[in-house]
Design a protein around this ligand. Structure first.
Ligand code: DX5
Ligand code: ZN
Length: 220
């Protein structure tokens, strides 16, 4: 069912052509995408390594969209000011990687960025109960983080509803972003469940017409 909600669409650079980022960034700039999602992986928190500061610095120079940085790293606090300097608009840390999550959230906001908290598929929404009012973005992983192109985990739909309940009950301004296995079918279900922002990597960059694919996600 079509809603009148303005869904945030965030293509994930992980599935772009790294030998020709200029072309893909130009496509993103011309598209209806709201954010560009950047997956930073350290090979410790997740079983993969992606890209880091020099690549993001180059992307930032060309990209006109809000940079939505998803940190899949241990000890993210060490790098908050680096990502702020690199132009991140949204900085998301993983619940599972933060011993002092409240402090991490405050540091991100003090640095002038929107603060996101990501939950792995096994991590319950209820663990956000005491920080939901401080968060700008709740990011629900609908795959196990580390790789693009994985299958959507259906339980995420119930988690979106539970996150929405918590947000409304606590009068939080947080939005719900979902990351992993998003396409038009899963995207439509997620929006019905209450999602506000959709990350899509392989579905966008693997499409024949990425511009049209972004437009279709945006129109959901
Ligand atoms: C997975 C990353 C995702 C990934 C999504 O660890 O956090 O952002 O790029 O890729 P798709 O949309 O292909 O599942
Ligand atoms: Zn991501």
């Amino acid at each position: 069912m079509k809603t009148d909600k303005n869904i945030i669409v965030a293509p994930s650079l992980l599935s772009a052509d790294f030998a020709n980022l200029h072309k893909d960034l130009d496509m993103i700039n011309r598209s209806e995408a709201d954010w560009l999602h950047l997956d930073v992986m350290d090979g410790v928190f997740v079983p993969n390594i992606s890209f880091g500061m020099p690549v993001i610095a180059a992307v930032q120079k060309e990209c006109k969209k809000v940079l939505d940085v998803h940190l899949m790293i241990v000890e993210p606090d060490k790098f908050i000011s680096d990502f702020q300097k690199l132009g991140a608009g949204v900085l998301t840390v993983h619940y599972e990687a933060c011993t002092h999550l409240h402090r991490s959230i405050q540091r991100i906001k003090d640095a002038g960025m929107k603060a996101g908290v990501a939950l792995n598929p096994h991590t319950p929404i209820s663990l956000l109960e005491e920080v939901i009012e401080d968060i700008d973005v709740v990011m629900l992983m609908s795959v196990n983080p580390g790789f693009g192109g994985q299958k959507f985990i259906n339980n995420t739909l119930d988690k979106v509803s539970r996150a929405k309940e918590l947000i409304l009950r606590k009068n939080s301004k947080a939005i719900i972003e979902v990351d992993g296995g998003v396409n038009l079918e899963t995207g439509a279900k997620l929006i019905s469940a209450g999602a506000d922002a959709l990350v899509a990597g392989s579905f966008v960059f693997g499409a024949k017409d990425p511009l049209d694919t972004i437009a279709k996600l945006k129109a959901l």
